[in-house]
Structures are given as C-alpha cells and as structure tokens.
Design a protein around this ligand. Structure first.
Ligand code: CDP
Length: 194
C-alpha cells in the first residue's frame, strides 16, 4: 500500500509529536525532513555540495536540535539547489510501500502533492516558543525571537515557501491538548484509509 501523510507547519508547532504518534499508530515509516536541512547546514562548507553528498551518518550528529542549527537550516533551505538535491530522497521515502509520514514545510505543497492526507499544524508564536523553550531551555524571549525570524524566512522564500496546501486539514493547536490534536489527526487518516 502506498499512503503518505504530509505534515507541514511553522517552527515548533508540534509536527514531530503528531508525526511520530501517527507513524506508531498506523505502522508507517517516519521522516523528519527538517533534519535534512539541519544536517546540511551543520556539515559546513558549500551547502549545495553538502546536500548532494548527505549521508545517514550526517543525520545522527548530536548538535542538530539547537536553536543555532535551526537558524542555519532555514538559511540553507532558501537555496534552490540545496532543496533540489533533497527532493528525490524525500519523494521516494514518502511513496515507499507500507505507508509513510513526512513532516516539514513543503511536503504537501512541493514534495508530495499527491499525499493521501495533508495536515497543517500550527499554533500562535507565543505558544510555539513556550513549547520549544520547555524542550531546549535558555531565554524564552530569545526563543520567541528565533521562532518568529525563522517563520518569516521560511514563509518568505521564493522556492517552496511554507504555506498550507489548499486541501490540508489545518490544526491550530494553540488551545488544544496533544491528545486532542492527535485525535483529530488520527480521525483524518482513518477516514482516508476507509
Ligand atoms: O523542528 P522545527 O519545526 O523547529 O524545525 P525543522 O522542522 O527541524 O526545520 C528546520 C528548518 O529547515 C526550517 O526552519 C526550514 O527552514 C527548513 N525546512 C524546510 O525548508 N523544508 C522542510 N521540508 C523542512 C525543514
């Protein structure tokens, strides 16, 4: 069975939590596509060369989850050649037999517009910054500034900017518990699976 769940949304919206839970629930493979951009930036050197030569080992670096790594990722993610180098791997992953959940910024709009289920997970910048601060610690005002700056760059870039696909189910989790968000997402998948 080929079945893709595409989950897009701004920084720290909870895409990863929903993606991991759906993958476990339905026995699908899961790809966090943000990790690819984080790894490209962390590799250093020419980002286009880094994207073209990315390996599994690059994705296991311990420093990929920091705020700095996220900022660096969103800068290299504006380069069309970097994005192009990562398309085939993500498409293949999304359409693998057995089902896949892929989360990111452009999965439902550019990587896999044919995805059977598209979710756009969002929340207010304050709520998202608070969640990221709970994960990473540090100065919460700085985390908020970081989230806002990254969203602006991700939404404003020319190639595959962050936006909800026209046929995406929008989940605003500002005032929603994780359980409620998961419930809505699971229902959407069940309906499509039939
Ligand atoms: O976890 P968080 O939402 O903070 O970020 P992420 O999903 O790890 O993505 C890091 C950065 O990679 C984003 O700010 C985007 O600039 C870029 N990205 C992208 O351009 N396209 C994707 N499909 C996934 C991430």
């Amino acid at each position: 069975m080929i079945f893709t769940i595409a989950i897009d949304g701004p920084a720290a919206a909870g895409k990863g939590t929903i993606a991991r839970a759906l993958a476990a629930e339905f026995g699908f493979a899961h790809l966090d596509s943000g990790l690819l951009y984080r790894a490209v930036a962390a590799k250093g050197g020419d980002p286009i060369v880094a994207a073209q030569s990315l390996t599994e080992a690059d994705l296991t670096r311990p420093d990929l989850r920091t705020l700095a790594a996220g900022q660096a990722a969103s800068r290299v993610a504006t380069i069309p050649e970097v994005r192009a180098a990562l398309v085939a791997f993500q498409r293949r992953f999304a359409r693998q037999p057995g089902g896949a959940v892929v989360d990111g910024r452009d999965i439902g709009t550019a990587i896999c517009p044919e995805a059977e289920v598209k979710l756009y997970v969002t929340a207010s910048p304050q709520v998202r910054a608070h969640r990221r601060w709970l994960e990473l610690g540090g100065d919460e005002a700085q985390v908020l500034a970081d989230v806002v700056e990254r969203d602006k760059r991700d939404m404003g870039r020319a190639t595959a900017p962050l936006k909800a696909a026209a046929d995406a189910l929008v989940l605003d989790t500002s005032a929603m518990s994780v359980a409620d968000a998961l419930d809505a997402a699971t229902r959407a998948v069940r309906v499509r699976l039939g």
